[in-house]
Structures are given as structure tokens and as C-alpha cells.
Design a protein around this ligand. Structure first.
Ligand SMILES: C[S@@+](CC[C@H](N)C(=O)[O-])C[C@H]1O[C@@H](n2cnc3c(N)ncnc32)[C@H](O)[C@@H]1O
Length: 324
């Protein structure tokens, strides 16, 4: 029961700028924090104490009159908007979009469909259009946290060209080029996403321009030629007929020896976990969550063999397939 209170306390502190404030000015007391975030002292005090109990703030009692607060190591790494692996944008997305959807969970379970229209008065696709930049920021923050684990899960040194299908801001593409000096990556995504890409490009990381972008629809348009196709957080979102279309298109352009790098949360084969995959399924997208064996069966129907599986211990796992 406390899980939802803990989540909301974290979202609220992020939204009100508590972690950013304590990153900039560590060692403030509740009154000082309250003044900076423009909130009541009582409310701020309760929030700060709850965050300490969650391991997100560290109290220091060096001052004899009041407790002084600073970010814990965990918060410093993940919760400031400028933290190295900032999840700030993902937290805002979860609070603004996922939370309202989950407040309609009973209907979602009854109907087996997502509840975007009930929660926002808009279809999922229209909501994505309206919140495009926020959605991209959310995807980018997760991809930054997990991208290195995905890009380095396997030896990809034989692949010179890759195409990241639905590669969004290019965060995983940059990790792939960092880990593979021989590789160039084309990020293929919808025009509305590609036109916003400049906001996310780390210029210092791509001096030799090995990451490029192409706008298109992976269900309708020709796919760019590549030795390796990346599908990260794509297949779980789509109904089976769409997954079949996409995999057929990839199989068509892949020559023998070409690879597919798939990255998703892999369910245990007996579907008992991990809970982050099973809870994500409750969003009721048209797709579904699968185990590694289920992904193998899916790709094998399209002429791929399973080369490696890696449970990364990060947010996303990875599999490498080869076209035979
Ligand atoms: C869940 S996000 C995953 C982003 C990225 N692969 C990652 O793991 O960080 C799904 C991506 O697929 C893109 N997408 C959805 N439909 C698409 C289509 N028909 N053609 C190309 N890209 C599409 C979305 O714009 C979005 O960037």
C-alpha cells in the first residue's frame, strides 16, 4: 500500500524541484527548502522526512537547531534534472501520463484496452502528438540510463552499419557508436520525432558524424540498408499483426549474416516476473510483454537464429539474432 505513496512523494519532490535545489545548495533545513520551493513549512517538513525514509535524502545533524538535508548518492545520480543519469523527464512523464492512466486501471482490466480517451479525452496517438517533446525527453532519459548496457551486451565488432528502428533521440545509437568505432548508425523514426532531434544531440560525442537520422514509417516505407537492425522497446508496443509486418520487412532487407539487436524487458519463462515488465503490461498497449523464448520463436519464424541472450541487470535486456 505504501508503494503508491512513495511514488507520489518522489514525483512531487521532483516536480517541485527539491532534488535540483539540494543538488545546487546541499545542507538546507526544512524552512529554507520551503521558502525556495514556495510551499508550507509543515508540508515541506513532511515531504523531506518521507524522502529520508525512502533513502532519497540524507539528513545531517551538524546544526544543533535544525536538521539539514542533502541528496543521497542515489538521488544525486538519478533525480536531479542535470544528474548524469537523470530520470527527471521520465518521472514527469510517469506522473503526468502513466499515473492518470493507472487511475483508470479497473476499466483497463475490464476492457483490455488502454484508457487514454478516458484519462485525457484523446487517443494515444493524438496524446503522443500533443506531448511529443515530453515523450521524447522521457524516452531519452531511460535510453541514457540503459543504452550502454544494451550497446555493450554483445560483441558487435563485425557490423559496420546499423539502423535503429524507432531510435527516437539517438541515445542508443550514440552508445553503439561509442562502443563500436567501426560502426555508423542510422536512426529511423517518424518525421515528427526526427524534426526534434537537434535538441538531444551530444555534439562532443559524434565528432565524426557516425549517427545520422532518417524520417519514415517502419510499417510502410523502405527501411535503410544495414548489417544490423536495432529494435529497442518497439515490439512490446504493437499488436501481433503489426509485429509480423515489421519483422517481415526487416527479414526482407537482411542478407544472411545480418543481425537484429532486440532490447526489451524479458519476462521470466514462467511469467512470474520481473514486475517492471508485468506492471508495464497493465498500460494495455495493443502489444504484449514476452519472454526471451517467445521473442526467439517470433524472430525464428522470419528466418533468424538466436545467437545470444543477455539479462543486463539494467532496465532493458538484450538478444542478438542472425539471419540464416
Ligand atoms: C518506446 S519508444 C522507443 C525509443 C527507443 N528505441 C528507445 O528504446 O529508447 C518507440 C519509438 O518508436 C517510434 N515509432 C513509433 N511508430 C513508428 C513507425 N511507424 N515508424 C517509425 N518509428 C516509429 C516512436 O516515435 C518512438 O520513438
Amino acid at each position: 500500500m505504501d508503494g503508491f505513496r512513495a511514488s507520489k512523494a518522489l514525483f512531487t519532490a521532483s516536480k517541485m524541484g527539491v532534488f535540483d535545489l539540494l543538488q545546487k545548495s546541499p545542507g538546507l533545513d526544512a524552512e529554507q527548502v520551503a521558502a525556495e520551493i514556495k510551499a508550507s513549512v509543515k508540508g515541506t517538513q513532511c515531504l523531506l522526512e518521507a524522502l529520508v525514509s525512502l533513502g532519497l535524502l540524507t539528513p545531517s545533524d551538524q546544526c544543533e537547531f535544525a536538521v539539514l538535508y542533502k541528496n543521497s548518492t542515489l538521488a544525486a545520480q538519478f533525480l536531479g534534472s542535470d544528474s548524469p543519469f537523470s530520470l527527471h523527464s521520465y518521472i514527469l512523464h510517469t506522473d503526468n501520463v502513466v499515473w492518470p492512466l493507472f487511475s483508470h486501471l479497473e476499466n483497463a482490466v475490464r476492457d483490455g484496452t488502454n484508457q487514454h480517451e478516458q484519462a485525457f479525452g484523446k487517443k494515444a496517438q493524438d496524446l503522443f502528438q500533443a506531448l511529443k517533446l515530453r515523450f521524447m525527453n522521457a524516452m531519452h532519459s531511460i535510453a541514457k540510463v540503459t543504452g550502454k548496457a544494451v550497446a555493450t551486451a554483445f560483441d558487435l565488432s563485425t557490423y559496420k552499419t546499423a539502423c535503429d528502428l524507432g531510435g527516437c533521440t539517438g541515445a542508443i545509437a550514440h552508445e553503439l557508436t561509442k562502443a563500436n568505432p567501426q560502426m555508423s548508425v542510422t536512426v529511423f523514426d517518424l518525421p515528427a520525432v526526427i524534426e526534434m532531434r537537434d535538441r538531444f544531440q551530444p555534439q562532443h560525442l559524434d565528432k565524426d558524424h557516425r549517427v545520422s537520422f532518417m524520417a519514415g514509417d517502419f510499417f510502410k516505407d523502405d527501411l535503410p540498408k544495414a548489417d544490423l537492425y536495432v529494435l529497442a522497446r518497439i515490439l512490446h508496443d504493437w499488436a501481433d499483426d503489426k509485429v509480423e509486418i515489421l519483422l517481415s520487412k526487416i527479414a526482407e532487407v537482411c542478407k544472411p549474416g545480418c543481425g537484429v539487436l532486440l532490447s526489451e524487458i524479458f519476462l521470466n519463462e514462467d511469467r512470474t516476473g520481473p514486475s517492471r515488465g508485468l506492471l508495464q503490461a497493465l498500460s494495455m498497449s495493443p502489444g504484449r510483454q514476452r519472454s526471451a523464448q517467445e521473442y526467439s520463436a517470433l524472430l525464428e519464424r522470419h528466418g533468424f537464429t538466436t545467437k545470444h541472450i543477455k539479462y543486463t541487470d539494467n532496465l532493458l535486456d538484450a538478444m542478438l539474432f542472425l539471419k540464416v
